[in-house]
Each structure stands twice: as C-alpha cells, then as structure tokens.
Design a protein around this ligand. Structure first.
Ligand code: GTP
Ligand code: MG
Length: 149
C-alpha cells in the first residue's frame, strides 16, 4: 500500500483540529505510520512548496506555514493519496463540499487548515523531506483484516 503526507497547518493546530483530523483518518481505516509536532523552517517550507515558487502568494504562504507548529503525519493505505485529497476537499474552502475537512472547518484559501500530497510521487518527496526513515513505524494493525478483504 502507498503512503501520503498530511500536515495540520498552523491554523489547524491553533484551532484545536488535530484530534478531529487524526480521528477522521483513523476511522476511515488508514494506518498511522508517523506523527510529530514541528515548527517548520522557511527553508523546509520553500522546498515543500517548491513548485509554487513563482506564484504571487508564495511568500505569504511561507509566512503562514511558518507562523506556528504544524502536525506532520504519514498515513498508509489503499489509494490513500487520492482518497485523502477527497477527505480534505478543494484548495479553496468555498469550493469544498460540506463533509470534507476544508468544507466543514475553514473559509479562506490562505487559512485552509490542512495539507495533503497531490500524487504518489509528491508524497514520496514530501515524506523524505519531513521525516527521517527512523521516524516511520512498521507495525501490525490488528484491525486490518476488518478493513481489507
Ligand atoms: P496543499 O495541500 O497545502 O498543497 O494545498 P493544495 O494542494 O490544495 O493547493 P496548492 O498546492 O495549489 O497550494 C498550496 C497552498 O497554497 C494552498 O493550500 C493554499 O493555502 C495556498 N494557496 C494556493 N493558491 C492560493 C491563492 O490563489 N491565494 C492564496 N492566498 N493562497 C493560495
Ligand atoms: Mg498542494
């Protein structure tokens, strides 16, 4: 199974959404592989959002994402990259369906609470950027036989 990188952004941490977000991924059936609270450096964030470096909002994005700690997570599961993006909703909360995280819990693109990798390749890059190999856990999920047939 593939892995994805999910981060509760600084506004999500300040607004006490960590538990709700972890709960949603756990209850969906995905497996937690790594989790930590980190104050990201601007260098790390510039690498993370490198593909957006020429966008007009890039420096505001780096300021936003470095404004406080984020909760960085790795989740594993069948089609987790694509499914997590559906669980997040659209980039703009105004376009996000009710029921999604962004659809339920935020209003503006510049404070959209959560990050999720947009492809399997981005996920691999982001996981290696944010986590050491030793921080990624292998463990037997005793519920997996009730999640996968
Ligand atoms: P991430 O999961 O954070 O990567 O969001 P995304 O994949 O839905 O969108 P994208 O990678 O294109 O943009 C990254 C982040 O930059 C978004 O989540 C927003 O916080 C911010 N962003 C994107 N577009 C805009 C914009 O037009 N204006 C502003 N202010 N912020 C933007
Ligand atoms: Mg993105």
């Amino acid at each position: 199974n593939e892995c994805t990188f999910i981060a509760v952004k600084p506004d999500g941490v300040q607004r006490k959404m960590v538990g709700e977000i972890v709960r949603r991924f756990e209850k969906k059936g995905f497996k937690l592989v790594g989790l930590k609270l980190v104050q990201a450096s601007e260098d790390l964030l510039r690498d993370h959002y490198w593909s957006l470096r020429s966008k007009p909002f890039f420096s505001k994005l780096i300021t936003y994402m470095s404004s406080g700690p984020v909760v960085a997570m790795v989740w594993r599961g069948l089609d987790v990259v694509k499914t997590a993006r559906k669980m997040l909703g659209e980039t703009n909360p105004a376009d996000s369906l009710p029921g999604t995280i962004r659809g339920n819990y935020c209003v503006e693109m510049g404070r959209n609470v959560i990050h999720g990798s947009d492809s399997v390749e981005s996920a691999q890059k982001e996981i290696s950027l944010w986590f050491h190999q030793s921080e990624l856990n292998r463990w037997e999920d005793c519920g997996s036989q009730w999640i996968y047939n």
